[in-house]
Design a protein around this ligand. Structure first.
Ligand SMILES: Cc1cc2nc3c(=O)[nH]c(=O)nc-3n(C[C@H](O)[C@H](O)[C@H](O)COP(=O)(O)OP(=O)(O)OC[C@H]3O[C@@H](n4cnc5c(N)ncnc54)[C@H](O)[C@@H]3O)c2cc1C
Length: 393
């Protein structure tokens, strides 16, 4: 079996690995970028529905979840959303701003991967695909036993991403490496994921399947205003994906399906103006008919407006503006857009991303315990951490 040595081996040719690879190579480092999949950047390709929501105009540490919230500050500052925009412009990748500051490419996300691979090739990064690692050890150098023989390097960067979408290459390799080298990890859970509910609610949501409405969702101290989608398996849509990352065991979600009005005042006015009108007719002026019908069948009774006391109108208001639901779980890593938890950032330098315990071992991207909200924040983290590590590795 052949044996080859490099300055740096980067494991994982996804968003962070590709970025780190050409940045390190730009500095004259001899870099091998390897992946066990047969093509690089598969998550980039499917991201943003194939248009890649690559960053967000509004970027702040509060857009990230981590046991060590300040960790991401330095990297996000050194490679910010504006640096990212300049970088995309330098590659002639056209983009547009959509709602909530989200920037999407206006060409296929595959173009981004192509351009990143081109950059790697220009800087003589060696890319090795379909490469499976049987063992990673450190002696004087790092040594990787692979189906391509033994590979050696001074430094190794773990850029193997989160645990979701196994079919796109996800694995727990990074977590396993951390554990083997005695580096602490934070327990993982699916993030940005549709939620599931008990049978009673699930049956109602099934009947509402396909309805999407703008709502304000709150879990703990976090609130998100975006679309809520009823599905045959529970609740989904961007608002649910956002709160899902904050849901813990026994968390309740508070849903306000009419965030723009004072419903109590509205109902009182309609009671005075149209006392004989049915509640469901009044509500159907504001909400989809099928939703109103099911709410009236299951949670609130529809009668003539004149039959409701103020107290009853207040209860209806609470049902629709403070609708409390307890998820029973989520749809899992198969459909989650990200992973919460990962390598404990207390173990890493926020400047270089090198392990404090194991010299020469670096972790970047989603494998670290830094999880972005929906809206381009996860890819921004991949670019920022890849960029910063690439300056030092
Ligand atoms: C469907 C979907 C849509 C998304 N859309 C967006 C979006 O629009 N905007 C956004 O910001 N984020 C989005 N994300 C999240 C974003 O894609 C990830 O956070 C980002 O790609 C993480 O970058 P990374 O480099 O850490 O990992 P990845 O890009 O996942 O790359 C990891 C690489 O490591 C490789 N690998 C894993 N294990 C091994 C191993 N044992 N040996 C060798 N190689 C290995 C994988 O094959 C993969 O190529 C989306 C995610 C999904 C699943």
């Amino acid at each position: 079996m052949k044996q080859k040595s490099y300055d740096v081996i980067i494991i994982g040719a996804g968003a962070s690995g590709l970025f780190c690879a050409f940045k390190a190579a730009e500095r004259g480092r001899e870099v091998l970028l390897l992946d066990h999949q047969s093509s690089p950047g598969q998550k980039i390709t499917v991201s943003g529905g194939g248009r890649c929501n690559f960053t967000n105009m509004e970027l702040d540490v509060s857009n990230y979840i981590s046991q060590n919230p300040a960790f991401c500050f330095s990297a996000l500052k050194r490679f910010s959303q504006f640096d990212c925009i300049r970088f995309f412009e330098s590659l002639d990748l056209p983009y547009e701003e959509r709602k909530l500051g989200q920037l999407f490419c206006t060409v296929s996300a595959e173009e981004i991967v192509k351009k990143l691979v081109d950059l790697c090739e220009q800087h003589k990064v060696e890319i090795l695909l379909d490469c499976r690692i049987a063992q990673l050890q450190k002696h004087d150098m790092f040594s990787l036993q692979t189906n391509n023989g033994e590979l050696k390097a001074e430094s190794v960067v773990i850029a193997t991403g989160g645990l979701s979408y196994k079919n796109l290459g996800a694995s727990d390799f990074g977590m396993m490496v951390a554990k083997r080298f005695g580096i602490n990890t934070i327990a993982t859970q699916p993030a940005l994921v549709p939620l599931t509910f008990n049978e009673m609610h699930a049956n109602i949501f099934k009947m509402l399947s396909g309805i999407s409405m703008s709502a304000l969702l709150t879990v703990g101290k976090e609130s998100f205003r975006d679309d809520l989608l009823f599905t045959h398996k529970g609740l989904s849509g961007p608002a649910i994906l956002q709160v899902s990352s904050y849901v813990k065991k026994n968390s309740s979600i508070i849903i306000n399906v009419l965030p723009d009005i004072d419903l109590f005042v509205y109902l009182k006015k309609n009671k005075a103006d149209s006392p004989k009108a049915q509640l469901k007719t009044i509500l159907a002026q504001l909400l989809p008919k099928r939703f109103v019908q099911l709410m009236c069948d299951n949670y609130i009774q529809s009668r003539c407006m004149q039959e409701y006391s103020d107290n009853m109108l207040q209860q209806i208001t609470e049902q629709l503006q403070c609708w409390e639901l307890k998820p029973t779980g989520n749809r899992g890593y198969g459909v989650a857009e990200a992973t919460c938890g990962g390598v404990d950032t207390h173990e890493l330098s926020s400047k270089t991303f090198e392990s404090k315990k194991v010299a020469g071992l670096y972790f970047i991207g989603e494998v670290i315990d830094v999880t972005g909200q929906l809206g381009g924040y996860n890819l921004q983290w991949a670019w920022s951490s890849g960029y910063c590590c690439g300056q030092f590795v």
